[in-house]
Ligand binder design. Structure first.
Ligand SMILES: Cc1cc2nc3c(=O)[nH]c(=O)nc-3n(C[C@H](O)[C@H](O)[C@H](O)COP(=O)(O)OP(=O)(O)OC[C@H]3O[C@@H](n4cnc5c(N)ncnc54)[C@H](O)[C@@H]3O)c2cc1C
Ligand code: FES
Length: 319
């Protein structure tokens, strides 16, 4: 049973348990948010012992080489000593400058950070609750040169952070944020490549940034943007996306619903099947899929089976 040394104390870690789970069991609370190796809030440094390679997933090579790893996906193979690492640029203060409902359950928040945040459209930030240590990740729908950080937050029933952001956060109030994080963003490696983008619910947030970023870079290939929701009332930004499609003939916006009225220019049915039918052959395409983890993972497989290379599939599951 590997022993974990932290802050001068030794803790046992059960077989198959992650360091985050083990220390939590002992009442030691490390920073964490997603618990699935995505948000990087739980990053720590191994002072002694070697972290398994899988626990360094998504970290920059330079960080991995220095022994940084993610405690929430680290099942230790040997005794380790760790130190909580702050390798982010540091928590920044960000002030809420606008709050607006985009539909019955999605709130747009615009934040002004005290320092300019250098990010790629589509990356996400971690946001700390002003009254607790709770941290949650939210994707950036804005473009870096817009000067404000735009978030689309869905109200989750009994959700601690989303409830706070919908009900209690005030214009003029402030948060601390950290980031940017994530590798789901546009690069101009091939301006003629066809792009498939699928956003489920607020999975549209990163895509709203990515599609505009691609166009700013002069992307010439076709861009098919599917926005999926259970019903039409869950969709938003239809006017903005229709306008984008009118201004750029390579942009195709397809709103999709599972139930009820079919939105104008849209489709009805299971999003995985709709995408499969609309674009059955994806060899050479680049894919972006964001939102509900189950649908994102299903679509990732579907796109791979339709010919897309795994290296060309970028996903942000909102775990
Ligand atoms: C990389 C990344 C990017 C993200 N980007 C966005 C974004 O742009 N917009 C956005 O709205 N969210 C986004 N999320 C999700 C977000 O971080 C939170 O998980 C979400 O807001 C719920 O947090 P909460 O504190 O309100 O809910 P919690 O208090 O953590 O959860 C309350 C209850 O709701 C359940 N629950 C949690 N999340 C969901 C969900 N999505 N649907 C249904 N039930 C749920 C929990 O299991 C729990 O029972 C992202 C997540 C990740 C990892
Ligand atoms: S809590 Fe470990 S990566 Fe999110």
């Amino acid at each position: 049973m590997p022993m974990i040394t932290f802050d001068g104390h030794d803790y046992d870690c059960h077989q198959g348990e992650t360091i985050l789970e083990g220390l939590t069991r002992h009442g030691v609370l490390l920073p964490s948010a997603c618990g699935q190796g995505v948000c990087q809030t739980c990053i720590s440094k191994a002072v002694k012992g070697k972290p398994p390679v899988e626990s360094q997933k998504g970290l920059k090579d330079t960080l991995a080489a220095q022994g940084y790893f993610l405690t929430c996906i680290c099942t230790p193979e040997e005794d380790m000593e760790l130190a909580v690492a702050d390798v982010s640029k540091g928590w920044l203060k960000a002030t809420v400058i606008e709050k607006q409902l985009l539909n019955e359950s999605v709130m747009r928040l615009r934040l002004q950070s005290e320092e300019t945040l250098d990010y790629f459209a589509g990356q996400f930030i971690n946001l700390k609750h002003p009254e607790t240590e709770l941290v949650r990740s939210y994707s950036l729908a804005s473009l870096p040169d817009e000067g404000v950080l735009e978030l689309h937050v869905k109200r989750v029933p009994n959700g601690q952070m989303s409830g706070y952001l919908h009900d209690d956060a005030k214009v003029g109030g402030s948060f601390t944020i950290d980031g940017p994080v994530g590798d789901c963003f546009y690069t101009d490696k091939d301006l003629d490549q066809s792009l498939l983008m699928v956003g489920v619910g607020t999975g549209l947030a990163p895509l709203y940034g990515i599609v505009r970023d691609a166009l700013q870079h002069g992307h010439r290939g076709d861009i098919h943007l599917f926005h999926a929701s259970l019903a039409e009332s869950g969709l938003y930004y239809a006017d903005e996306l229709n306008a984008l499609a009118q201004q750029h003939e390579n942009v195709h916006y397809i709103p999709c619903v599972l139930h009820g009225e079919v939105p104008e220019g849209g489709m009805k049915g299971d999003i995985q099947q709709l995408v499969q039918t609309a674009v059955p052959q994806l060899t050479g395409w680049r894919i972006y899929v964001c939102g509900d983890p189950e649908i994102v993972n299903g679509l990732k497989q579907t796109c791979f089976m339709a010919g897309a290379s795994m290296a060309d599939i970028y996903t942000d599951p909102f775990v």
